[in-house]
Design a protein around this ligand. Structure first.
Ligand code: NAG
Ligand code: NAG
Ligand code: NAG
Length: 204
């Protein structure tokens, strides 16, 4: 599995200089909204007990190594532990089931966008291609009276999440964390295409 990710991130790092100018502006802007700053995504994950399930999943898939460099410039929509618990309950899965699943990697990749975006740079209707090839997240208006920043739509119509106001625009190296209150599940065909491609690469 790792090779696919190594590849995805190699592409990402090559693309990084194109984002450099934008990142400077963003770093300044986000510094004003986030009280705590981290030097990298693993540092954020290690410091925040509310995201330990997400951290465990990043660890087990090896994705944590791909995002460990402080120069990696992505936006991570990070589900809280409560989000994972709700997801597991709804799917009638145990945490072990999820962590063992071939679906874990594509689900995680659906939460990472290879561009750094503060919430003030997002706009309603914006489509954000994720690291899960061929899938987008879409920015939507927050549910009225929800106190959320934006709602995030997955391509799976049953899967949406809200950006949590108290935990958005968290600086982690060159990346930003946007905490969300639900797991963003891709469509089944997107998951299966990913698993099939991974199996082909592993078999080759
Ligand atoms: C993190 O957990 C604490 C304690 O349970 C809670 O008060 C806080 O709202 C949580 N933050 C997020 C972003 O879920
Ligand atoms: C993830 O891996 C790091 C580094 O090995 C470790 O310190 C951390 O405790 C792990 N996190 C979880 C939730 O297992
Ligand atoms: C994803 O978003 C991009 C950029 O807006 C768009 O070109 C593409 O058609 C979208 N893909 C899907 C599957 O909606």
């Amino acid at each position: 599995m790792k090779s696919v990710f190594a590849l995805a991130f190699a592409v990402l790092l090559l693309a990084a200089p194109a984002f450099a100018g934008r990142r400077l502006v963003q770093a300044e802007e986000s510094a004003q909204v986030a009280s705590t700053q981290y030097s990298s995504i693993p540092e954020f994950a290690a410091d925040q007990p509310n995201f330990s399930t997400f951290e465990l999943a990043l660890n087990l898939t090896g994705l944590i190594d791909s995002v460990s460099d402080s120069d990696v410039a992505v936006t991570v929509f990070a589900p809280t532990n409560a989000a994972f618990n709700n997801f597991l309950a709804a799917q009638k899965l145990s945490l072990e089931d999820l962590l063992d699943s071939d679906y874990l990697m594509p689900v995680l990749l659906n939460h990472i966008v290879p561009e750094v975006l503060t919430t003030s740079q997002m706009y309603i209707g914006e489509e954000l291609p994720t690291l899960l090839t061929g899938t987008n997240l879409t920015i939507a208006a927050a549910t009225p009276n929800s106190n959320a920043v934006y709602k995030i739509l997955s391509e799976n119509p049953d899967s949406t999440a809200n950006i949590i106001p108290s935990a958005h625009n968290i600086v982690a190296g060159s990346s930003l964390i946007q905490a969300i209150d639900a797991v963003l599940v891709p469509t089944m065909p997107a998951i299966e295409a990913f698993v099939q491609k991974t199996n082909e690469i592993t078999a080759a």
